[in-house]
Design a protein around this ligand. Sequence first.
Ligand code: SAH
Length: 558
Amino acid sequence: MVMGCIYVVGFGPGSVEHITARAREAIAESSAVIGYNTYVDLLASLVADKEIVRTGMTEEVSRAQRAVDLAMGGRTVAVISSGDAGLYGMAGLVYEVLMEHGWQPGDNPTVEVIPGISAIHSCAALLGAPIMHDACTISLSDHLTPWSVIEQRLEAAAAADFVIALYNPRSGRRTRQIVEAQRILLKYRRPDTPVGLVKSAYRSRQQVVRTTLSDMLNHEIGMLTTVIIGNQSTFYYGDLMITPRGYQRKYTLGEATQRLRPKDRLKPENEPWALPQAPRQTDTHPGHHAGSGTTAPNTPRAWAEAALAQLERRADPKPALSGTPPAEAVSAIPVAHSWPNAQTQILEVAVSPGVANKKFLPSQLLVLADLAGSTGEIEYTTAHQLILRVATDDPEHVVSQLQEAGLTVLPTGDVVKVKACDFCDGEKADGIPYAETIARRLAGLSVEKELRIGYNGCAMSCYGAVTEDIGLVFRKGKFDLFLGGKTTGRNAGPGQRVAEGIPAEEMPDLLERIVQRYRQEAFPGERFHKFFARVGEIEGFSHTSQPQTIAVDSPCGS
Ligand code: SAH
């Protein structure tokens, strides 16, 4: 008997250059090519001398059956699928039809699935680098999957901060699904979350639209579109949609010498966000056990016992919080080295919905309230942050729950604080990416004395950026820079306007150099305005003295 062969070929987004060499080889070796009409047309140049079996949409089952029939008769057949054949493609279906025939691996015909570039990756490449991190694909097609399941997946992916690629987002008849998807996502993500719409990637009618979660439905979305929704860190840099992977947590990307030497980069104290290496004896959180050596099996019974143990712990009175906790007990994020000891300590962190976003979601407030419990404190401050103070033997868990809720968590005290306006509730969004870059790079860095960077998105400067230690006013795509504002006190006053019209893309690096100089050269406890007056020059900007105030007798003479 002549052995037949089925190649299930993913041919990528649709351009000949993006077909892999193995896919071309497989098509060349095949005597028959089976595919959806449009795909056969896309590959016309490669399939000219073959028997072609083309069918319409929703004919996948008959295509797979035909491939199996031909191959069982000894033919070599290529079943072509766009993108990757193993993702909403033909691979699974071919195996399922073979199984119906009682086929076993090794039987006639042989099967080879040839991987291709899926839409998530081709569309991402056209947008910049929006995937970069944990991402998932969700198909909005409910022809074969109940909508209730799709809805659950959208909720879970949105809550877990995945970058999401929506496939099959909309067709002539399925128009509500994308509206529902947007509604669900807006429960968890900011309206200005970057969203990329890519239609017909690498095909002749390619279209790339950069928009936001709140605005996406005002653009064309159809059968040939993939919708890529950013996570909470995704930003636009000009036209590029970028999701940072987290390098800024450890590296200064603009500098040749790094704060951490290579041998220190993987040390636990430099990764306070990582899962502690040694399992903790008192840990009762299900799913929180670190690999081998842990005692709790991953079963519902173990979870129930863990939950009971936790309730018992909650019933124990926690140390009461009165006034400001003693300095040595107040720990912010960089205290991981003390966490595995499981001692109760008071965690103090600054929490906000983001640098530009001023709106807490109800679900985020619930998480905050739950973490504070009856003995913790939530305090609002002038720095556009809430301070959460809570007694805990597991600060890492508290921080990760806040972050999982989409909240920005930073240390408190003498650190860099970045305060931005709300960009007219997102209407003046051009400056937001720079604010986010600056916050990501600088917010939370330890300094001699609290350093406030004020950032306003237009010349109105209604959030008072110019009276902060460093003020940035973004207007017409450029920055005005103010240095040395005195933020509080009887003689408070605005900073000196040292420059106008700084190109926006230069600002984050320039600001980082200013902050680094202050970090390196400030005297103990020296505030930024005093530092600027003392050193007289920073990054080429010279300090000029403020006019002296003259004491005047009261005009009434009383
Ligand atoms: N197997 C394919 C997906 C098929 S499902 C893959 O891995 O890419 C069909 C969906 O894929 C479309 O609705 C669209 O969301 C996406 N898609 C496929 N090719 C695309 C392209 N060239 N440009 C944009 N989206 C594409």
